[in-house]
Design a protein around this ligand. Structure first.
Ligand code: AMP
Ligand code: MN
Ligand code: MN
Ligand code: MN
Length: 278
């Protein structure tokens, strides 16, 4: 498959990715991505760290963030592109997300104690994450380590995914609020991986309508591992709702070879790419 010049969704060690921001920039340059957005979960730290390296190799670095949000009692991710990573208000708001992450992790660990007999999980988690706001993948890794699960996927399927035994619904900002945060920081709001929420066509259309009504600018029409019919459906939705189209791999790690940097399916012809508004 061809490499896309634009990859507008990728993670680093500043959230749940395994490459440092510098390593991610180098990899992007190596594989032929010319414009990369670093979009860590509730963090813009990676941007600052990646800037120098991006300049050296001549890569277009886009400041991004992926904000954990809520809509209709579901976890929805809103990506911000071209946000000002030094914006004090944004940094404060992301701090509040970090607090939510600590509180959520403690609650998840408590549930895992009740449901799966895991002892002392939270202190161990805090040790492992060493001050970084914990994510569910950190907990999944611990579950594997103590022999409760064999794979990350199993950990999510049995315990951590929405509605499963140790799932905790978190008071993330509603999507309207996340969009506002992104706008306040000078960015464009993108509905992340709409196909991954497993919504019916009707509900997906409602989500996109709400997102548009709240001032959202683009949807991720193309993401890795997405069915071509889904990509076509999202392209149509984008056109219908007057939204721009984004594309991103959602790359996390070279250890997950099924998600490669720059390798989301190309955007359908009818789409207006989000970068035309950069
Ligand atoms: P969090 O941001 O803490 O809510 O964790 C969500 C992250 O967990 C996602 O961004 C993915 O990187 C990861 N994740 C979600 N589902 C799975 C799964 N089934 N297997 C492995 N990782 C997953
Ligand atoms: Mn992730
Ligand atoms: Mn996401
Ligand atoms: Mn992501």
């Amino acid at each position: 498959m061809m490499i896309n010049e634009y990859d507008l969704h990728a993670h680093t060690t500043c959230s749940d990715g395994t490459l440092t921001p510098e390593e991610l920039v180098s990899l992007a340059h190596e594989v032929g991505v010319s414009h990369l957005a670093i979009t860590d979960h509730d963090s813009v730290e990676g941007i600052v760290l990646a800037k120098k390296c991006a300049k050296v190799v001549g890569l277009g670095l886009i400041s991004g963030v992926e904000i954990s949000s809520r809509w209709s009692n579901m976890d929805i991710h809103i990506v911000g592109l071209q946000v000002n990573e030094a914006d004090e208000q944004l940094l404060q708001r992301l701090q509040s997300q970090h607090q939510q992450r600590f509180q959520r992790a403690e609650k998840i660990c408590r549930k895992l104690q009740q449901k799966a007999g895991c002892e002392d999980l939270y202190p161990t988690l805090l040790e492992r994450t060493a001050g970084k706001p914990p994510g569910r993948p950190d907990i999944a890794k611990l579950l594997i380590e103590i022999g409760k699960c064999k794979t990350m996927n199993e950990a999510f399927r049995k315990y951590l995914a929405m509605g499963k035994q140790a799932y905790i619904s978190t008071e993330w900002p509603e999507i309207e609020e996340s969009i506002q945060w992104i706008h306040d920081a000078g960015g464009m709001a993108v509905l992340a991986h709409p196909s991954r929420y497993k919504l019916t066509r009707t509900k997906l259309s409602r989500l996109i309508a709400c997102f548009k009504a709240a001032g959202g600018q683009a949807i991720e029409v193309s993401t890795t591992g997405q069915d071509p019919t889904k990509t076509a459906q999202l392209a149509k939705f984008a056109e219908e709702y007057g939204l721009l189209a984004s594309t991103g791999s959602d790359f996390h790690s070279p250890a997950m070879p099924w998600v490669q940097l720059g390798k989301a399916p190309p955007l359908p012809k009818l789409c207006t790419p989000v970068w035309t508004a950069f």
